[in-house]
Design a protein around this ligand. Structure first.
Ligand SMILES: [Fe+2]
Ligand SMILES: [Fe+2]
Length: 279
């Protein structure tokens, strides 16, 4: 079989992604929060028609209400729409998800059976989900006690991550994190969308040697960059703009020849990357 035949083979793994739906019954700035249930329904319809191994909600599925029960209602509505996807569903926690709720409350109400950070394997690819919603001292953002521009990965989580990646050193790994792990400046300072200890996290990813891509959300325009052999892909936010033409979500396929193909829907641009092969 020649290289062309290998490239055309079915992907090793296919997954659906959506980010920053921010559902609440309001509109502010460019955030059309109240349209997110309709946008998510269209997204899940598309995912359900594809042959996807799993779908990841990349965080900030809800926005804030002053009332705890109203906010819980926002989450229940979005969870029910997301449940229209019949395969495995994963939740990356975003800062807005814990604006009123605790992490445990959020995950329980989502019906998630996984903790805030964890890992899993599909089709010989390793996936690690990070939780960037911690204070500098490692304590959780919880029920409104959070600062979106002062977010950290805890020391305990960094230790877990190094161990987890070492145990999966024979597999390509992809990392999910709502907050950003790449490096860029804003007004001469570290962009506040980036975790304050992102350099430490990148150090763990680079030392592990098997991490090929980081998928992130939180920075609503989205982005793509490469640092030290690791590709960083930021998804565009679902909440930005009115109408289904301003929806945004993606299907990612990872192929045996190392190609990562992101097919973007509506405002999400397409991306094709060749993941690094060597260790
Ligand atoms: Fe967001
Ligand atoms: Fe966010």
């Amino acid at each position: 079989m020649n290289q062309g035949d290998i490239s055309r083979r079915a992907p090793v793994v296919s997954l659906g992604l959506f980010a920053d739906a921010h559902y609440a019954e309001m509109v502010y700035g460019d955030r059309h929060c109240k349209e997110s249930p309709a946008k998510l329904a269209a997204c899940i319809d598309t995912f359900e028609q594809g042959e996807l191994d799993f779908v990841v909600c990349m965080g900030d599925i809800i926005d804030k209400s002053e009332d705890h029960d109203v906010e819980l209602g926002y989450l229940v509505r979005m969870r029910e729409i997301f449940a229209g996807f019949s395969g495995p569903r994963h939740f990356v926690i975003g800062n807005h998800d814990v604006a009123t709720l605790t992490k445990d409350e959020f995950l329980r109400e989502c019906g998630a059976t996984h903790p805030a950070y964890y890992s899993f394997d599909v089709g010989n690819v390793h996936f690690a989900v990070l939780d960037g919603n911690c204070h500098r001292d490692g304590n959780d953002f919880s029920a409104g006690n959070f600062a979106w521009d002062d977010a950290w990965v805890s020391a305990a989580q960094l230790e877990w991550l190094a161990q987890d990646l070492a145990e999966s050193c024979d597999r390509k790994s992809i990392v999910f994190c709502h907050e950003n792990l790449d490096h860029r400046l804003w007004n001469g300072e570290l962009d506040p969308h980036i975790l304050r200890n992102a350099d430490q996290v990148r150090g763990v990813l680079e030392t592990a040697g098997n991490v090929r891509a980081v998928i992130q959300a939180h920075y609503h325009p989205g982005l793509q960059t490469t640092m030290n052999g690791i590709d960083y892909l930021g998804l565009r936010a679902m909440v930005v703009g009115a109408g289904l033409e301003n929806n945004s979500f993606a299907i990612v396929s990872v192929h045996a020849d190392g190609r990562l193909v992101l097919r973007g829907f509506e405002q999400q641009p397409n991306v094709e990357l060749q993941l690094r092969e060597d260790g």
